[in-house]
Design a protein around this ligand. Structure first.
Ligand code: TNX
Length: 514
């Protein structure tokens, strides 16, 4: 009888109080399972407490949640390590031993009494916090207090990622981007549950990472960029700061040193690596495929070992990306031997090789990952490398390339892989994209942003939003949740959030923005 009375009371309250402005299912990427209970909305009170399992990594997520909510709510939201077995009131973040949740999954339950989040790892709690953020009214993005009813929609969510590798790439070589821009990009990734940031650190137009043993790489090779601007580079301290900021947001940085091609900037700095031992002129155009370090020179392998060695010590993540694309001037057999030697160097450093799919013909090395950027789903050479043990990250040029224009009149970007509007970014299935590649060989997806024509943070964000969330949904959500009509509605709700966060997104005509 007491329970019935409680139900009646809640229903009465629901009649008086306006419903939560956001529905429980209005989350991007779509959670695996959503069970709304419109009688169980939770009004976050001004004296709410964030209770967290007594674990340093979990407590750090609790502090991040508080830091997200304090500016807009103006509430103190103290964080304590006193979460009980059955938490009451406020928001509880609990580590539990629920094997169903895997390494990144979580459960979130909203009742009239509070919010309870459970996960096996701090990473799972962190993803849940991103969901929670989206369930609050868009004003939660405000940096200053807003008079708002901070209501969360009632019900429960069970959520786990489809793929372990969910990433984006930023080309900091064609145009250099300061550390602050990279940190902001990491925030964007975290918001959509992406967990890999691939940094394309070197190319013809600029070398962007300081290397102590070859100092001219950054100082000389970093002083150029497309169009003749000043370029720039990251010091070791800058790079460490990026890595640490990413790690705190459960994102792993994957550094790329593009070899043997795309190396004009390195050759300007160290002409001894050039096939004719002569410094080429600095390059600030946008052609590809003309430069290479000399595979016949032993000094080249000293250079590779030193550079990758230093990068390995700066990079806690498991992966080193060795590029390998568009080395058009290097004969195929010489190229394959070169890649095999570089792969052995990476393995010797205790890291796992990632390379563009052009490295497919080289011999397999344990764990190697090919990043496929083709535009046709038929690639026998890549499929053969998969049979020999390689796994794939998919970056199809005609769906996932964030540097492609949205439409013919998009002011920046390329169109060599076609135009990519939001439906095109969303409507493909990584599970069966490449012929002859079993679904288990696909580790995930990555959306690259090449920056020949992208010069500012605002332009980066214009190209990312709203396509990055589309890619994130493909990478995270189960295929059963794939639904364009539903996605475009959920996406539309994010427009005001981006505006509040200072993101000038592309108002794609396919999305019913408010
Ligand atoms: C191809 S995709 C490249 C890049 C260019 C890009 C422009 C790939 C591995 N290589 O060097 O920046 O096209 O879209």
């Amino acid at each position: 009888a007491g329970e019935l009375a409680a139900v009646a009371q809640r229903q009465a309250a629901a009649l008086i109080a306006p419903p939560a402005p956001v529905r429980l299912g209005d989350v991007v990427p779509a959670p695996e399972r959503v069970e709304p209970d419109t009688t169980a909305d939770y009004l976050l009170p001004a004296d709410a407490v964030i209770r967290v399992s007594a674990d340093p990594a979990a407590l750090a997520v609790g502090e991040q949640l508080a830091a997200l909510l304090r500016p807009a709510t103006g509430y103190p939201l103290p964080v304590t390590d006193t979460v009980g077995a059955t938490p009451t009131g406020g928001i509880a973040l609990q580590l539990t031993d629920d094997a169903d949740l895997g390494a990144e999954g979580y459960r979130l339950a909203v009742t009239t009494g509070g919010v309870r989040i459970r996960a096996r790892t701090a990473t799972g709690l962190f993803h849940a916090v991103q969901t929670l953020r989206q369930l609050l009214p868009p004003a939660v993005e405000s940096g200053t207090p807003v008079a708002e009813r901070w209501v969360l929609p009632g019900g429960s969510i069970l959520d786990r990622p489809r793929y372990p590798h969910r990433g984006a790439m930023l080309d900091v070589s064609r145009h250099f981007f300061p550390v602050a821009d990279v940190l902001r990009l990491i925030d964007h990734l975290a918001r959509y549950k992406l967990n890999r940031l691939h940094l394309h650190l070197t190319d013809d137009q600029g070398w962007r990472i300081a290397v102590d043993s070859w100092p001219r790489l950054a100082v000389v090779g970093g002083a150029t960029e497309v169009g003749g601007g000043p370029g720039g580079h990251y010091t070791r301290a800058d790079y460490r700061r990026i890595v640490a900021y990413a790690a705190a947001r459960h994102v792993t940085v994957i550094p790329e040193v593009d070899l043997p091609g795309h190396t004009n900037a390195a050759l300007v700095a160290y002409p001894e690596l050039a096939p004719d031992h002569t410094a080429p002129p600095p390059y600030t155009g946008t052609e590809v495929g003309f430069s290479y370090v000399d595979p016949a020179n032993e000094r080249t392998y000293d250079f590779v070992a030193d550079v990758l060695g230093e990068l390995a010590t700066l990079t806690p993540g498991q992966w080193l990306h060795i590029g390998g694309d568009e080395a058009f001037k290097v004969p195929a057999d010489v190229y394959a031997r070169f890649v095999e030697r570089v792969q052995r160097i990476v393995a010797g450093l205790g890291k796992t090789v990632v390379g563009w799919h052009q490295i497919a013909p080289a011999a397999h090395v344990d764990g190697r990952i090919l990043q496929w950027w083709g535009t046709s789903g038929d690639d026998p050479v890549t499929a053969d490398a998969v049979r020999r043990g390689a796994r794939l990250v998919l970056s199809p040029g005609n769906h996932a390339y964030l540097d492609m224009k949205y439409a013919p009149d998009t002011p920046i970007g390329h169109d060599w892989a076609g135009l990519i509007d939001v439906p095109r970014a969303y409507d493909w299935d990584p599970g069966d994209h490449l012929a002859g590649v079993p679904a288990e060989a696909v580790l995930g997806i990555e959306a690259p942003l090449w920056t020949e024509s992208v010069t500012t943070r605002a332009e980066v964000e214009f190209m990312l939003f709203p396509r990055l969330p589309a890619i994130a949904e493909l990478a995270w959500s189960p295929r059963s949740r794939h639904d364009w009509a539903d996605f475009r509605q959920r996406l539309a709700g994010h427009g005001p959030r981006w505006t509040a966060a200072g993101i000038a997104y592309h108002r794609a005509p396919e999305v019913p923005w408010p």
